[in-house]
Design a protein around this ligand. Structure first.
Ligand code: RM4
Ligand code: MN
Ligand code: MN
Length: 403
């Protein structure tokens, strides 16, 4: 650590200690913070209008893990990588598991894909055709088997099913078909496994999505059993929805399974987390930090014009800073002010934590883990391109939307 940053750090620690905060405990929680990055975030992605694949893209799942390892090396907090099947389809998943371990990584959630196949035109797990439902269910069962092989305990399900026109199908019949398929999936889970049930307001369907909001996901999870939990993707709500309140409610019900972090301005934009609304991200972490254990924290983004690795590094840094700020909230004083009806006094405690520049703290925690004080600058100044990127000549894989 340089002398200037040491001074910044010492000053910050002094200020925090004066507020009665246990800086050592905060640093420990920051050191334990584990983010999962998505394999598809390293592959080509675009919009429906086109894509601009940069040079040096990975050409297979192994190379995607090489890129994820770079993100982990620089940030110290991204040891998990989510895989998407069939985008990461392999004959031998144990080879990928070994490759991950050799890089200091683990395979995180396994994500079935129920939207790529032509046969899913009218839906997957809710399709009126029993043969298509069988196909989709078997695919999720295959993902459970893959999870078993790679030592993963999370199956992350995003159901793209929905209808485009009123009257196209019965809401209730669709729901029953979905629950029947998911009951079979649930029964196949091992004890330590979890089924994460993601919801999304709209897209690809535009009239009614079968799992459109946290309520429908939660009802589904409650029907299935305790191993089914809700997954919150920050881009999957109507504008203005209070996501931190959803987080608090789900956590209180012990049904918060995990996150797909990203940020949005309009729709499901999949921009860098914390780039549009850092205050919302801080408030979400304020709810998360209140519990002793964090849920699965996955990034689900599509970097369309920016550097993919740099974008992922910045995302992890933004998550580290949001968590650090949330850990500064004086919870005792907050409860006191809430009980006293001190509206702005309580609000001020949150603002104070949010406005604190925590960068000296997160930098120190990263450096102690052997990562970079400033990961984005370290990536820019580093030799990833010479070492890895420029050597990649094989055709890049797809595996992001619109790619
Ligand atoms: C969806 C959803 C899923 C993601 C796909 C690619 O909008 O967020 O989680 O896997 O996109
Ligand atoms: Mn998602
Ligand atoms: Mn999405």
């Amino acid at each position: 650590m340089s002398d200037t940053s040491r001074t910044d750090y010492d000053r910050l620690v002094e200020r925090l200690a004066a507020r009665g905060l246990d800086v050592g405990a905060i640093e420990q929680r920051l050191a334990d913070h584990r983010i999962e990055t998505p394999s598809w975030g390293y592959a080509n992605a675009g919009t429906r209008f086109g894509s601009y694949p940069p040079a040096g893209l990975p050409s297979d799942p192994f190379e995607k893990f090489d890129d994820a390892a770079e993100v982990h090396r620089l940030t110290g907090s991204a040891p998990l990588v989510a895989i998407h099947i069939p985008w990461d389809q392999l004959d031998d998943y144990t080879a990928l598991k070994q490759h991950a371990a050799s890089l200091g990584l683990e395979i995180g959630t396994v994500n079935p894909n129920l939207f790529g196949d032509q046969r899913y035109k009218l839906g997957s797990l809710v399709n009126t055709d029993a043969a298509i439902r069988r196909l989709a269910t078997d695919h999720v069962l295959e993902c459970i088997e893959i999870a078993r092989q790679v030592g993963s305990t999370g199956i992350s399900l995003w159901l793209p099913d929905g209808t485009n026109y009123a009257g196209q199908d019965s809401f209730v019949a669709r729901r029953r078909r979905l629950h029947e398929c998911l009951a079979e999936v649930y029964a196949a889970l091992d004890d330590e496994m979890e089924l994460l049930v993601e919801y999304k307001l709209y897209e690809p369907a535009f009239y009614a999505t079968d799992l459109a909001d946290w309520g429908s996901s939660l009802l589904t999870c409650q029907k299935l059993g305790p191993k089914a939990k809700v997954l919150v993707d920050l881009g999957h709500h109507a504008q203005g929805v209070n996501i931190e309140q959803i987080v608090a409610f789900l956590d209180d019900e012990d049904r918060l399974g995990g996150f797909h972090f990203n940020n949005r301005k309009y729709g499901d934009d999949d921009l860098i987390v914390g780039s549009v609304n850092p205050f919302e991200l801080f408030l979400i972490y304020t709810e998360l930090a209140a519990a002793p254990k964090l849920p699965r924290l996955t990034i689900d983004q599509a970097h369309v014009i920016e550097s993919k690795i740099e974008g992922m590094v910045l995302s992890v840094v933004n998550l580290q800073e949001a968590f650090a700020k949330a850990l500064l909230v004086d919870r005792v004083a907050l409860a006191e002010r809430q009980a006293a009806g001190d509206v702005l006094g309580a609000h001020e405690l949150l603002l104070d934590a949010f406005r604190t520049d925590v960068r000296p703290l997160t930098a120190k925690v990263r450096e102690e883990k052997g990562a970079a004080a400033d990961p984005v600058a370290a990536f820019r100044d580093g030799d990833w391109w010479e070492r890895v990127g420029s050597r990649r000549t094989a055709a890049a894989t797809t595996g992001g939307l619109g790619a």
